[in-house]
Design a protein around this ligand. Sequence first.
Ligand code: FAD
Length: 438
Amino acid sequence: MEKRVAVIGAGASGLVAARELLREGHSVVIFEQARRIGGTWVYEENHSGSSNAARNYSCHSSMYESLRTNLPREVMGFLDYPFVPRRSSRDARRFPGHEEVLDYRESFAVEFGLHGYVRFNSKVKYVGLVESNWIVKSSSSAGKEEKESEEVFDAVVVCNGHYFQPRVAQIPGIERWPGKHYHSHTYRTPDPFKDQVVAVIGNGPSGEDLCSDIAAACKKVHWCAKSWNSLSEPLQQGKIQRHLMISRADEDGRLHFMDGMSAVVDVILHCTGYLYNFSFLDTKSYIKVEDNRVGPLFKHVFPPALAPSLSFVGLPCKTIAFPLSELQAKWIAAVLKGRASLPSKGEMANEVVDFYRTLEAQGVPKRYTNHLYLETFDYAEWIAKQCGGTCHGFEPWRKELCLSTLDKKKLNPGIYRDEWNDNDFHEKVVAILAKKQQ
Ligand code: FAD
């Protein structure tokens, strides 16, 4: 049966969730706290930043000016709406800048008529269950006026993103250390780091990008990480020095690294990831965030006790976000319609327990529970199967292009976006996508 569904967030996950719900005949309201769609990909130029790295910033996006995608556009795109250069494209590169991704999200929303379903400037403050209905309380602002509203829905799909609440490294002695520290969440340009000695913590995607970005402006970068598995040296070798993690910070501005070295540093930039945050969600302890594990969740989507009326789209990290959210959304829409079914609540709960036991046996820390890595492909296949019909997982070309990119990045982190030797294969992929577009 068709349901009245609240979707929280108008980023890629919320937009694709709305499209799939509408396709199944559900009625949809998308709550979006910002004044435009796009979520993470809306670059907020005027963000002032803060030297308190752990503060819960009011801005949502963590986008920096120089950001280019870390996956080829063809891999990132939705399954049935390819991310190919369009007539209006401002940046046709394989790894385009953030404006191009935002334009793609905009054109997706226009193509599927989604703008009309979005309540802009509407922040969800509370989501809770009363009997079998979900109460959604939101506050919306028009000019200076704040309006609170309360509405009832049959189901809620949470698509609020998870790159806005900074996670920072714990450093002994940091309270007495006189320097400034920032999180990549508020990083926009290297200007504030001009002529400074900077310690960058973390060698994930943001750490890699920002180290090179900052090196162009600052005096020296001390780049710290728990371990190093990249095979090549960073591009600005003279300016960037790699270390193991910071073991201690001293009152005189000196940082000590676990490799035995030390340096006097002006600024620490934490590129240490983010924490999940669902502060609006009152689920009476059915769902918790513990050491950054969001659970219990059946297949990262449905909390067994509250399924299917509460679900999450876009929760996994280290994956191919857009098309994965698309598959999760198809699954949710089909289950709410009654076209697909879930195991019993008990079976789902047992599956989650087994999953956690497996992770524990493999020595995977709790905080990586929602990280997919290469599991992405089997997971996508599994979700697609639940949706039935012609729904399919990720195409073989998508997997091949993704894996070859990861290999190239490992070998040559500085140039993988601009130098490649797979033109024949790439042309084949472009041809497949062009056919899809017709
Ligand atoms: P978001 O884009 O974060 O959207 C969530 C939306 O929910 C926002 O619009 C927000 O305003 C809204 N919202 C939140 N809380 C509320 C509330 N209480 N009430 C109302 N609205 C609310 N992925 C890739 O595939 N390739 C890349 O190259 C890539 N680069 C990235 C670079 C950076 C710096 C970051 C941070 C992420 C990157 N990602 C990349 C991952 C990226 O987050 C995903 O691609 C995708 O944007 C996630 O979309 P989402 O809709 O789940 O979340």
